[in-house]
Design a protein around this ligand. Sequence first.
Ligand SMILES: Nc1ncnc2c1ncn2[C@@H]1O[C@H](COP(=O)(O)OP(=O)(O)O)[C@@H](O)[C@H]1O
Ligand SMILES: [Mg+2]
Length: 322
Amino acid sequence: MTPTTTPIIELRGLSKQFNPPNGVIAVKDVNFSIMQGEIFSLLGPNGAGKTTTIGMISGLLTPTAGDVIVGGHSITREPMAVRKLIGVVPQELALYPTLSARQNLAFFGKMYGLGGRELKRRVSEVLDFAELTDRADDPIEQYSGGMKRRVNIGIGLLHRPQILFLDEPTVAIDPQSRRNILDAVKALNAEGITVLYTTHYMEEAQELSHRVGIIDHGQIIALGTQDELTRTVGEQDTLALKVPNATPELVDTLGKLPGVSACVSVDGEDGELHVLADEGRRALPDAIRLINEAGLSLQAVEVREPTLEAVFLHLTGRGLRD
Ligand SMILES: Nc1ncnc2c1ncn2[C@@H]1O[C@H](COP(=O)(O)OP(=O)(O)O)[C@@H](O)[C@H]1O
Ligand SMILES: [Mg+2]
């Protein structure tokens, strides 16, 4: 749906240090708002602070400083009011392996205070929505990773939350389940649900989000629509090179070519390297020479519009999966 301009989640100076005073500062003074009806993605590499941020917004972790206002309620002062509004799909799955999906959903539904016919109806609805109805009575231990993820999402939806948090829901699952989850997020948003989605896959952030916040070392380093963010890369080109079996040494040397600000190996696409260059075509002859010298072959070249990966590379000099 088209997001409104009404903030439904406001992070105010949100910070988290584990084991103070000397422990890791996982989230540092984060301030931003998510609008009602928006799909907002937090994009950042492993260890950036995504799970810690979601943990605080959903009331599972106590902030060291700052607060989050959800639907007008402070998470630190009115956690119960916030919990009614939100559904949380955590990164770690906690399902009972010997129980069926239907039984797991019924169990978690009772924890949310649902019961009787209403519970039965909601369980059937979310099973349908997750496209699991035909396997609903098989034990969870017979499910694929992707199917378990979908049960987890179903749990987050049982009490009809207005806001859904999904923490890296597509890590290590099959392509079909990934597609199902991305489509489910869009379908829920079309019904008016506000979504906070975390990922380190820039393709997912690009496909889903109205706005993206890029997080690194616990801080928001860029925030805006994709157009706004990619404009910050300015005139630089992304040169996509297909080099099967590219070595880290090659990636490193390509990144140091004149006129090149960075090079990164992109996961998911076989042997694809992205080179961020002032002028892609000028860097190409040097790149080809280096690839040949390394005894490797260049199978395809494309000059791309800047992506969110390029934005991250531009801001940090690293790839999202380094
Ligand atoms: N319970 C914890 N105790 C100590 N450090 C933690 C804990 N949870 C996370 N961290 C640290 O906080 C940082 C952010 O972690 P996390 O929020 O899990 O990142 P992400 O979800 O983006 O991968 C990392 O350095 C991580 O090691
Ligand atoms: Mg995480």
